[in-house]
Design a protein around this ligand. Structure first.
Ligand code: PMT
Length: 338
């Protein structure tokens, strides 16, 4: 369910941050991010903030139950690798335990670590080897990982709840201001639309046995608005739109661009997201919305381009390679390089 379809109390970003407490690790996380960003600035690098994975909404202060948003973190982790390959420095802000760049190739569910090792315990001490079939990929992934570690171009931040996410995004985007147009925001995280304000949360585990559970949630402020208008005025902002009805992708993307005034929305259908996405962007200046923002904006104000890959002819190709290549090209135009 999206915000547009539900009538309930809406927090503005301002009232959200005035009433919801910051996560305990915020100051330390921001200090580390600041140090990383300053180093990248001194080296003249472009920086992309990649958000990845789903946020949770806890139902209790001593949390036993929570609502979760769908996202394994594949889009974010894969894209982060291609941004690094393209010469960007990456702040990878991801849901704790979701997929991460490089280690994603050895996820416990799709390619478990123990399955690519062989052991010979016929002698003392026992010998461990990587299976021959795994050598090529492991060498490639490990070499890239070591190169990135040596260059110090990847910085990782974690969130769990939507509250962690919002506070971190605001703080890190403000730290990126000195980069101006050299900063890109790649918002692939699946962010909760509804939450329980701290003031309404039960302190202890909600007890069962009293029949059905009724919870009224408040709307999470749409964070793209202050991101574009206040936190970063020059950063290149890419948001994602996930739908299960493909026909809604382009109209919803246009509406988001008209409403928030950022640069690109990448639309993806839940079931086709690994093979097909659509880039929607304004053709000229900021698209115009009607007065109350409800009607569809005029389609002639927008450009669309589809990216497809064919897994049948090239099963190892990842669509994120094409997505990142296109964004790198567009970002160059944004920074005035071409
Ligand atoms: O990780 P994978 O399994 O590979 O899946 C990737 C993905 C499908 C989750 C990803 O490609 C994707 O589409 N992410 C965005 C999904 C989403 O939450 O869409 P939305 O309609 O709720 O939000 C649209 C945009 O608004 C998002 O860029 C989000 O950052 C932003 N938003 C959302 C909520 C909120 N309160 N404020 C926001 O600014």
């Amino acid at each position: 369910m999206s915000n547009e379809e539900v009538q309930s109390e809406a927090f503005s970003a301002e009232s959200y941050f005035a009433t919801q407490p910051p996560p305990a690790s915020l100051e330390e996380d921001v200090a580390r991010a600041r140090e990383f960003i300053q180093k990248q600035i001194s080296q003249g690098r472009k920086v992309v903030l990649v958000t990845s994975g789903g946020t949770t909404v806890p139902l209790e202060l001593n949390v036993v139950r929570f609502l979760d948003n769908f996202s394994a973190g594949t889009r974010g982790a894969t894209s982060a690798e291609y941004f690094l390959k393209a010469g960007y420095s990456v702040i990878f802000m991801h849901r704790q335990f979701s997929l991460q760049p490089f280690s994603r190739h050895y996820s416990h569910s799709t390619h478990p670590f123990l399955d690519f090792l062989d052991v010979d315990d016929s002698e003392e001490p026992a010998q461990i080897d990587v299976k021959a079939a795994e050598h090529t990929q492991l060498i490639e992934v490990l070499s890239q990982y070591k190169r990135v570690q040596k260059a110090g171009t990847l910085h990782t931040l974690t969130f769990v709840t939507v509250n962690d996410y919002l506070w971190l995004l605001r703080a890190v985007s403000q730290e990126l201001v000195p980069l101006g147009r050299l900063a890109m925001f790649y918002l692939a995280a699946a962010v909760s639309d509804f939450f329980l304000p701290r003031q309404k949360m039960s302190e202890h585990k909600i007890q069962s046995g009293k029949g059905s559970l009724h919870i009224e949630m408040d709307q999470v402020p749409k964070i793209l608005k202050p991101l574009v208008n206040e936190w970063t005025r020059e950063g290149y902002i890419v948001s994602f739109k996930l739908e299960t009805d493909e026909t809604l992708l382009v109209p919803k993307a246009r509406k988001a661009l008209a409403r928030y005034g950022h640069q690109v929305v990448i639309g993806n259908d839940l079931h086709r997201r690994k093979f097909e996405v659509v880039f929607v962007s304004p053709k000229g200046g900021r698209p115009v919305l009607d007065e109350n923002g409800e009607a569809e904006p005029d389609p002639s104000q927008f450009a669309e381009s589809w990216v497809h890959i064919d897994p049948a002819t090239n099963p190892t190709r990842e669509i994120e390679e094409d997505i990142v290549a296109e964004l790198v090209r567009r970002h160059r135009v944004w920074t005035g390089e071409s």
